[in-house]
Design a protein around this ligand. Structure first.
Ligand SMILES: Cc1cc2nc3c(=O)[nH]c(=O)nc-3n(C[C@H](O)[C@H](O)[C@H](O)COP(=O)(O)OP(=O)(O)OC[C@H]3O[C@@H](n4cnc5c(N)ncnc54)[C@H](O)[C@@H]3O)c2cc1C
Length: 276
């Protein structure tokens, strides 16, 4: 690992100021489960690492039906997976957080880090896409919010401007049924070959898939096909056929393109069948 200077701001304002000053020479660090691996492999060689962990008040998880869920940027996967409100009102997010790595990884890894890292297979992304989550951002020019679907732009590319950091994720509340699915080569401690979430809000459907394109995706055509209709076997067949036409996976070490296309179809068919 290349030497770097370790910075430990005590306030958000200080963190923003440091990032604005050092810009691309600096990276933020939360749980460090992504950046340390990348730094060890020389894929990331920052001159400065800005550790956010000593800034107070960033690890909270709060919920009300009016305000929805708020996940602070230092809330870990284990805290999210074990939170009673998340389990009750956002069970697919709890399941996704619980599926990440090992218990040790989940004790450090944050959901915000999972999203900012912008891997196509980030497990918490697809439930957050389905729930229309919003990223809360603080930067030199103050606060702003951005929907998650506009935040992740490409593999490891997000819509953060110079000096900006993510303070938390806001997830609106709507009553929903559905499931998160992770297809991986092993049950534990494996990255998703394909992951996906299918949610039903009344007669509206939200479907998101991961590891099937450079970013996680909402399957808008399949959602439109299903909207307002009763889930019959014919309709589910049609949706399972349409869904893979909306993604563009690659062959890689984990699976072939065709396998991923088949898994997208399978997840859509299986969850819709359970919802019917
Ligand atoms: C053994 C192992 C297994 C894993 N298994 C899985 C898995 O099954 N599924 C999965 O999805 N991931 C998995 N991961 C990846 C990783 O754990 C997650 O992506 C994790 O959630 C990243 O969060 P972190 O807090 O550790 O982020 P960090 O490594 O600290 O940071 C990740 C990125 O986010 C940025 N960042 C962090 N916080 C902020 C902020 N508040 N504002 C702006 N930028 C910020 C950092 O600069 C960096 O670019 C695994 C990792 C390991 C090591």
């Amino acid at each position: 690992m290349k030497d770097f200077q370790y910075l430990l701001p005590q306030t958000l304002e200080e963190a923003v100021r440091l990032k604005e000053e050092y810009d691309k020479a600096a990276v933020f660090m939360a749980g460090a489960t992504d950046i340390v691996v990348r730094m060890r492999d020389y894929l990331l060689t920052p001159e400065y690492v800005i550790d956010l962990k000593k800034i107070p008040g960033l690890d909270g998880i709060t919920f009300s039906k009016e305000e929805g869920l708020h996940i602070g940027c230092l809330a870990t996967m284990n805290e999210i997976a074990g939170n009673e409100d998340v389990r009750k009102y956002y069970p697919t997010l709890a399941a996704a957080a619980e599926s990440v790595g090992s218990r040790q990884v989940r004790n450090r890894a944050t959901c915000v880090g999972n999203i900012v890292n912008a891997s196509p297979l980030a497990d918490t992304a697809t439930p957050l896409y389905c729930y229309d989550a919003v990223l809360e951002i603080l930067g030199p020019n103050g606060k702003r919010e951005i929907p998650i679907t506009e935040f992740i732009l490409f593999v490891r590319k997000v819509a953060l401007e110079r000096g900006e950091l993510v303070t938390g994720i806001r997830v609106p509340y709507r009553e929903a049924e559905g499931e998160f699915r992770k297809i991986a080569r092993r049950d534990q401690v494996d990255l998703s070959t394909v992951c996906g979430t299918v949610l039903k809000f009344g007669d509206e459907y939200h479907i998101a898939m991961g590891s099937v394109a450079p970013t996680p995706l909402r399957l808008k055509k399949t959602e439109e096909l299903l909207a307002g209709k009763k889930l019959t076997k014919e309709l589910i067949d049609e949706a399972a056929e349409l869904a893979p036409t909306e993604v563009n996976p690659i062959d890689d070490v984990r699976a072939s393109k065709q396998y991923r296309l088949d898994m997208v179809s399978y997840i859509v068919r299986d969850v819709l069948t359970k919802l019917a």
